[in-house]
Design a protein around this ligand. Structure first.
Ligand code: SF4
Length: 231
């Protein structure tokens, strides 16, 4: 990894601050990166209110602390982990998330971004792997999806549908088909909402359909079922 503080003369960018909820090293629980040791950066604030949200604490303003980009990157480098996930809340609500991604890429990290699909993604650096949520009807937020985002996805990106039942499953299939999203990205992820949709039921539908999509289980909830934060 490059020593970013000393060699790049980017003091202004490194001094920008982000509202940070938590940062930690854990096992990536989702996507095709599941199982990899990853540095997590969870930024605060969200513009949506999904019915099944499992990170409501990330929307609670009282829990934020303003942290310099330089300090966040320094701790990523110290962790010796090669992959960094920026998540939330909704990271793109904070303009400084873009320089954070650029500087992490410059430092040699593989950078993943989880974004909720409602905000523009065209300023996200190309080399960042975007994990774009497409909210299904049961979330209560599907009308807020920014459909233009799909044209800015590339072959390393992934689109995730969180499903509460059969209606969501059928909705996900229709959205993918309508915009041929699966032709543009590396993975379509189908993720059952814990306690609402039995993963075995979703697996059965996928097998019946010979689905080309990926069943996306939250590995961290299997490894640490009683731990809600920091994993
Ligand atoms: S977008 Fe994510 S963080 Fe925001 S309300 Fe929905 S599930 Fe929660």
């Amino acid at each position: 990894m490059k020593e970013i503080e000393s060699d790049c003369g980017r003091a202004e960018l490194l001094n920008l601050e982000l509202n940070l909820v938590e940062e930690f090293t854990s096992i990536q629980g989702e996507t095709s990166y599941a199982g990899k040791t990853t540095r997590f950066i969870r930024l605060g604030g969200c513009n949506l209110d999904c019915s099944y949200c499992d990170t409501t604490y990330s929307k609670d303003c009282k829990e934020f602390s303003a942290v310099r980009i330089g300090d966040i990157i320094g701790r990523c480098i110290a962790s010796s982990v090669k992959t960094v996930l920026i998540t939330g809340g909704e990271p793109l609500l904070q303009a400084a998330s873009i320089p954070l991604m650029e500087l992490l890429l410059e430092a040699g990290f593989t950078v993943l971004l989880e974004t909720n699909g409602s905000l523009p993604i065209e300023n996200v650096p190309d080399k960042v792997v975007k994990i774009l949520d497409c909210k299904c009807p049961s979330s209560g937020e599907s009308a807020k999806m920014r459909l233009e985002n799909y044209k800015f996805l590339n072959s390393s990106d992934q689109v995730k549908f969180v499903l509460s039942g059969r209606d969501d499953y059928d909705y996900a299939k229709s959205v993918v088909l309508q915009d041929s999203i699966d032709q543009r990205v590396s993975e379509i992820l189908l993720s059952p909402v814990c306690g609402r949709l039995d993963p075995a039921e979703l697996a059965r539908w996928m097998i019946e359909d010979s689905s080309p999509f990926r069943l996306n289980m939250q590995l961290h909830k299997i490894i640490w079922p009683k731990t809600e934060r920091g994993v």
